[in-house]
Every structure is written in structure tokens, then in C-alpha cells.
Design a protein around this ligand. Structure first.
Ligand SMILES: NC(=O)NCCC[C@H](N)C(=O)O
Length: 479
């Protein structure tokens, strides 16, 4: 029997994943808190759902669980109430392949002990009064799940802040072969997400088989003794967008605005001791909002094809600049560059440096995935044309989800990147057209190849996350 939880690549056919559809909390983000809650703007929730995210869900169902959708598209589209997409509605698609976190949360809240513990923990991190515990504990599980996620009670009282980034399920944890590494978010705005997800992983029956394989990253034991300025440096934080399972034996960890070297060191120790992977490569990217995780600057399309931000791909220094830097006439650009160090199990004290991102990705394609050197190809954000590389990376041109090898979902708005895909031999198609073709039988998820599926993105792209971020794969077929 196929495992229920197993991910050993970024591009093997996707079989099961965790998602979270935009909830009502997202519609309550206010301008004064948008930045603190990690949104650059406020979004129009109804458009985000109907015109964008619902298409994403339908497409995922067509690839992963077609019986739930095939032949029903017209009926689903005609329902103005969107009942097919609401986890608490009898018409909900209720798939065990495209799995909604809100559904898992309401399942575990049926258990009194879990409900009591989680209410107490959520109230503690949100600094709520004792009376609120009772109020929440007495809610039915479905309503409680909605309240814990959206922050608002069924009567509309805004009890907690929303957790609008919960749609970016990539960041809550990472499947590494048949283990799950739990995240430790850097940002306060993502703390409640991490709590809800811990409870789901440790209590929901779908994770029974991997319960002993859940990995929590230990904190620096003396962190609470350090003064604040030192504690910041010593933090152990890691978010899923910085971790990529590129091959059965090889894991990448980004060192970024969100993931610290301390966390990476802990993960290396644990994964090597448990012999879960043989190679771990740390990829340090510039610490800035534009590139909060490594999956915002590169993702994989096929064994031999990657999409990435050209300005971070190779050292950019011109020879004459190097001379000026050495002479102290220009500041060093070192901090802006990418630094890559690779560790091997059994030789963890002899790391090797890799000169550039392109070199690393080429090595992965050749040595881990068996490609020929000349077959390795790069597609650049904005076709590497100034100023489109940076513009399109900002709206997630490099953040793609492979539903099978060579078939990726990405935002529709990154025109130059889409041109680059076409030049590389890919077809680009609007999600709505693809769904109609699937429904009419003109195309099928089994036979489709080398395609960029364009997800409408006017609202979704306002929070600095794309389809890679909006997915946590828990099962992919072996490559
Ligand atoms: N893996 C990812 O890159 N996730 C995107 C997270 C976006 C979210 N607004 C955040 O800043 O955390």
C-alpha cells in the first residue's frame, strides 16, 4: 500500500496536500495593522475567493481527486453561495487528498481534552481572560475552529486578531520523506497558526502513522536568559518556505529573514542522527522582505528545469567593480549575495561551499536526479529583463507549485516570466480554460505535459505568497 505521508521531491506527482481557503479573518485586515500582519495591502475577500482561490481548489481537485469534481463543474459554478467550498456545508467537497486545515481542526476539537487544551493555549498566547476560555470551550467544534482561525466569534465579536497568512500552508511544516518537521515562526503574526497546526499534527487520525515522525526543533536552552538584543540573534526560527525536499537524500534549508542558522543547525543534527537524509545544503539569501523565504526566489519545474530570480542566480560583480571594492572605493556587496554551504551525513564537520545558486541547482539536477548537464535549464523571473525580474519576483513569479513534473501552477500576472516559459517550450493556459477543457474531455490531468497553469491573482498576490506557499504537500509519487 502506498504511504499516506511521503514527500521526496519537489516535482513528483502531487497526491495529497494541506490547504486553507481564505477565511473571513482575511476580510478584517485593517490598513493600520496590514504590515504587522504581513500583508502589504488589504484585500477584497469575495473576489479573492470567487475569482481566484476557488479556481485553485477546483484545479487541485481535478489533478488529485477528480471524482469530487468531474461532471459537476457547471453545478458548482452556478451555486452563488459557494457551498462546495465551505467545510461546514453538507455540499462541501470533503476530499482526503485536497485537505482543508479548518476541517482537520474542527475534527480534533470534537475531543473534550484537546478542545480544553487548545482553547487554553490559544487564550494564553492571545492574552485572553479566564471567562473567554469558558465561552470558547462551549462553542460547537465547527464554530470553535472558525473562531480560532478567523479570530471572530459566531456573533461577530472580534476576539483575537485574524491569522490571514494561514492560506500559506507551506510555512506551517515540511514533509521530509516520511517525517514532518514543524515550523517555529519568526513573526508574532504567525504564532497562532503554528499552535493550531501542532494540535492538528499531534491529534488528527490522518497523522497517526507519522506521529512518531513529527519533529519539533528544540530552542536554544538559555534564550530566555539573554537580553533582548542578544536573544534576537540567538533565536531558533524556521518557516516551511525555507525548506525544500529536492531529492530523497537531499534537503535545502534557506537562511533568511525568517529562518536562522541556529534552527538550521538543529535540523541538521536531528535529521543526520535519525538518518533521514544524507545531504543538507544551507542557502543564505539576503535578509529582506522581498525574499522572505527561499521559495520566493526559486522553485523547481521539472527534474532539469528551475525558475529563479536572475539577480541572485550567479555572482553579479563586474571585474572593474571587484577592483574598486578591494580598493575600498565601493562598499562590499557580499551581504547581498547568496552563500551556499553543503553538509553530508558522517562528514558534517567538513562542509563544502558552492559558488552560486545556479551551480547548486545544476548539481541537484545532475547528481541527485540523474539529468545530463546540457539538459539543465533555467527560466528567469521577468525573463531577466530589467526591471521585470524584480517586479515579477515581488508578485511570485518564482513561487510555483508543481502538480506533476513539468506542470506548474503560478500567477497569471507575470507576463515576462510567462514569455520565458513559452520560449522554453511550455504551454501557458488560463486556469478557467483548463478546467473547461478537463470537463469537456479535450484535455486530461493524466496526459497534460509542460504547462504553466495561470491562476488569477489580482488579490492573492498582495500578501507576498504564490501557489508554492499556498500548499503543503504531504504525499508525492516517487520520481
Ligand atoms: N513560503 C512563502 O514564501 N510564504 C509566503 C508568506 C507570505 C506572508 N504574508 C508572510 O509574510 O509570512
Amino acid at each position: 500500500m502506498e504511504n499516506l505521508i511521503q514527500v521526496s521531491s519537489e516535482v513528483g506527482t502531487l497526491r495529497r496536500l494541506l490547504i486553507h481557503s481564505p477565511d473571513s479573518g482575511l476580510g478584517k485586515v485593517v490598513p493600520s495593522k496590514a504590515q504587522d500582519w504581513l500583508f502589504e495591502d488589504i484585500v477584497h475577500l469575495d473576489t479573492m475567493r470567487r475569482q481566484e482561490y476557488d479556481f485553485y481548489v477546483k484545479t487541485l481537485l481535478y489533478f488529485l481527486d477528480p471524482d469530487k469534481i468531474k461532471g459537476k463543474l457547471a453545478t458548482i459554478n452556478a451555486d452563488n453561495d459557494r457551498n462546495f467550498f465551505k467545510p461546514d456545508n453538507p455540499e462541501y467537497f470533503n476530499s482526503d487528498k485536497v485537505i482543508e486545515l479548518q476541517k482537520l481542526l474542527s475534527d480534533i476539537l470534537e475531543n473534550d481534552l484537546v478542545r480544553m487544551k487548545l482553547v487554553a493555549a490559544a487564550c494564553a498566547i492571545e492574552k485572553e481572560w479566564y471567562t473567554t476560555h469558558d465561552e470558547l470551550f462551549n462553542l460547537p467544534p465547527i464554530e470553535l475552529a472558525k473562531t480560532l482561525i478567523s479570530g471572530s466569534t459566531p456573533s461577530g465579536e472580534m476576539l483575537f486578531p485574524p491569522i490571514p497568512n494561514f492560506i500559506f500552508t507551506r510555512d506551517i511544516g515540511i514533509t521530509i520523506n516520511n517525517h514532518i518537521l514543524l515550523n517555529r515562526p519568526k513573526k508574532q503574526a504567525r504564532t497562532r497558526e503554528a499552535l493550531l497546526v501542532q494540535y492538528i499534527f499531534f491529534n488528527h487520525p490522518i497523522f497517526d502513522a507519522v506521529r512518531k515522525n513529527l519533529i519539533e526543533i528544540p530552542d536554544n536552552e538559555t534564550l530566555f536568559l539573554l537580553p533582548e538584543y542578544e536573544a534576537n540573534e540567538a533565536q531558533t526560527t524556521l518557516e516551511g518556505g525555507d525548506v525544500m525536499m529536492v531529492a530523497k537524500n537531499h534537503l535545502l534549508i534557506g537562511i533568511s529573514e525568517r529562518t536562522t542558522v541556529n534552527a538550521a543547525k538543529q535540523v541538521i543534527k536531528i535529521l543526520f542522527e535519525k538518518k533521514i537524509v544524507d545531504k543538507i545544503t544551507l542557502v543564505k539569501i539576503p535578509n529582506k522582505r522581498d525574499y522572505m523565504h527561499i521559495d520566493t526566489v526559486f522553485t523547481q519545474v521539472k527534474r532539469n528545469v528551475w525558475v529563479l530570480l536572475g539577480s541572485l542566480a550567479k555572482p553579479q560583480l563586474k571585474a572593474e567593480d571587484e577592483v574598486l571594492i578591494k580598493a575600498g572605493l565601493l562598499p562590499s556587496k557580499k551581504a547581498e549575495q547568496v552563500h551556499i554551504v553543503q553538509f553530508r551525513r558522517g562528514q558534517a564537520d567538513e562542509p563544502r561551499e558552492i559558488a552560486s545558486l545556479e551551480e547548486l541547482l545544476t548539481e541537484i539536477s545532475i547528481y541527485d536526479l540523474g539529468c545530463q548537464p546540457l539538459d539543465v535549464k533555467f527560466i528567469y523571473s521577468g525573463n531577466n529583463e530589467f526591471p521585470y525580474g524584480a517586479r515579477e519576483q515581488w508578485t511570485d513569479s518564482c513561487n510555483l507549485l508543481a502538480v506533476k513534473e513539468g506542470v506548474v501552477i503560478g500567477y497569471d500576472r507575470n507576463d515576462k516570466t510567462l514569455e520565458a516559459f513559452k520560449e522554453m517550450g511550455f504551454e501557458t493556459i488560463k486556469m478557467e480554460d483548463l478546467l473547461n477543457d478537463f470537463e469537456s474531455g479535450k484535455r486530461s490531468p493524466e496526459t497534460i505535459q509542460n504547462t504553466f497553469i495561470m491562476l488569477p491573482s489580482a488579490e492573492l498576490s498582495r500578501a507576498r505568497g504564490g501557489s508554492h506557499c499556498m500548499s503543503m504537500p504531504i504525499l508525492r509519487s516517487e520520481l
